[in-house]
Ligand binder design. Sequence first.
Ligand SMILES: Cc1ncc(COP(=O)(O)O)c(C=O)c1O
Length: 392
Amino acid sequence: MDRNVVAAAVWSHAATVQAPKTHLPGWKKPLTGGQYKTTAGRTARAEGETSGQFLHPRRKVARNNEAPMNPTFTIQDFTEFCRTHHPAYQKPYYAMYSSWWDGITTEPNLMVIPIDDHMVHRGDGLFETFKCLNGAVYNLEAHWARLENGARKIALDFPWSREALTALLRAVLRAGGHKDALVRIFLSRGPGGHSANPYESPRPLLMILAIRLGPAFMDAHPGGANVGVSRIPNKPGLFAQVKSVNYLPNVLMKKEAVDEGVDFMLGFDADGHMTELPTENFGMVTRDRVLKVPKPDHILMGTTMKRALTLAREQLVPAGILSAVEEADVPRAELEQAAEMLVFGTSHNVTAVTRFAGRPVGDGRPGPVWRALSEVFEADLRNPAFLTPVWT
Ligand SMILES: Cc1ncc(COP(=O)(O)O)c(C=O)c1O
């Protein structure tokens, strides 16, 4: 039997067995002003701009009446709905292309995906996230390569060339009108019935979405990040390596972080080695200045970490700031002795971890390796060799 199939079976068994240890049930309860109550009873603030309106406003009026308010909803009714439905959380949605109707919209109510798309009912799809800074997209080829590679691994038909994708991307960003934006690409198996059979879908769907780019973590929290230890079973092999929309474990890790009042949760594989955060990569620096990151087996290889490791080898090792850069299995006990810990990701660049598992990391302040690496990485965000101009 294929190794990945075995790994998946082991993982799903582990998830079943371990799930009761976690606080899975319960969900956020709406408060006002973008705040919500967590399962553990803490009040937290939603990321991004939201109005706190988690319920449809008209539902609030008819709260005790479970019958649909409009049992014969038509396309005309939908037009009227679009005219009147503008919740604050849609404000940062700039523009979206969908191959479903081969068009670009700036109307958030049209930024939707068909319910018979296999990405919706089976999680059968891939995504990518990258950013446009000052009118140019950073490290685009690495993101196209990861998408193509993922499509190959799950045998998802991918008929778009990089040139065609880049032309569509430029059109979306220009339609959105913001030179700083976060881009989300979704590549789904496509609409085509409701079974698990991927051959039901005649063709894949591509969606390209431009939304608001939030501040990088260290800009908003200069003191560094507080990281906890996750209890959610790690995704194995292929399922960790492919950036599919199967993010339930990642979502539950994020929920753990919110419930425990920390910034991120760090996962561990079945052998107890560090893996990654819900949507970021992770590394540690030993006291003798070796930067260690996990072997690629049980993580998604991030474009940020890959580029940062190259910069570290090219600049920080020769400068003597690091003695080496290694991919290694790092157990929890070794992690506890770290001089520094680092987070890597598109949204947060290189971030310093200053608290781990309730204790300070090093002297509890962002350290010299973080300072040097984030400096060279942020300079690289302006490196013309890695920029694809959108507004020329
Ligand atoms: C699970 C996971 N690991 C790592 C990353 C970091 O990848 P990148 O640096 O390409 O953003 C992401 C990004 O979304 C992710 O979802």
